[in-house]
Design a protein around this ligand. Sequence first.
Ligand code: UTP
Length: 300
Amino acid sequence: MNTAHSGLVKAVIPAAGLGTRFLPATKATPKEMLPVVDKPAIQYVVEEALAAGLTDVLMITGRNKYALEEHFDRNCELEDTLRRKGDYERLSRIEQSADPATLHYVRQGDPRGLGHAVLCAQPHVGDEPFVVLLGDDLIDPRDPLLTRMAEVRQEFGGSVVALMEVDPDQVHLYGCASVRPTADEDVVRITDLVEKPAPGEAPSNHVVIGRYVLDPAVFEVLRTTEPGRGGEIQLTDALRRLAEDETIGGPVHGVVFKGRRYDTGDRGDYLRTIVRLACEREDLGPDFRAWLRQLVAEGS
Ligand code: UTP
């Protein structure tokens, strides 16, 4: 099952942020290109969009955009070399990338915030609902979140954001939602949103994670959204206006995700992600797990 019957066709992947938490690695390389075991983070995200049945992927890029574009382009010289050597296993690893024809790129110019990055997608997306996947946020393919979000959009219209419940001391790192329950256990109605609330001011422990199904009305709201937290044009602020007044673009609902999510934009989470995924790999896992057990036993 995927999003194929929901009218959703286009995915937008913002990947133009500065990635300052990862400096100096991200000085000349987008953080979305950092490897998670042996694939760049962005490839997992593109594969998730395609697996959900989305057939048109627009990447919002910034400085150093060439690494992203080239990663998803064919490298005929490398393919020929591997073929000549008869190294079909490695050849298959580079042939499994997305069909370059489904990928499109637009440049953000100045990284003026996630809301501004999404606004850059308007000429390509036009007047249809679309999906946003953050390029540094990975959702485990065994937990198909986008499919559920597409169903919720079909049922209620408007926009749908992915939420997770986190410990109260983590809420200040995210956009946070005021929510009302619905008849569906995993779906809530969002009544308000605040970006990175100060400790003690969070309306709940439901935080926004990097998947959105957006009504195109969000573009007009973003156009008039003033810079907010951190001097950036925040997607959360535009969603707040949609949630406050459903005559603009329908209601805003949240799908409360209980599956596996990996944040590769944060150094600690990035390391945990790599260790977890490497342990689960059939090819690398057995040796790696044995080494890890020994490392832990040594008490380092
Ligand atoms: P983050 O806030 O995590 O990204 O944005 P950042 O600003 O690059 O990271 P730090 O905090 O400096 O380390 C979430 C997503 O939105 C994109 C980022 O690339 C990331 O995928 N983004 C953010 C843009 O595309 N443009 C922006 O102006 C800001």
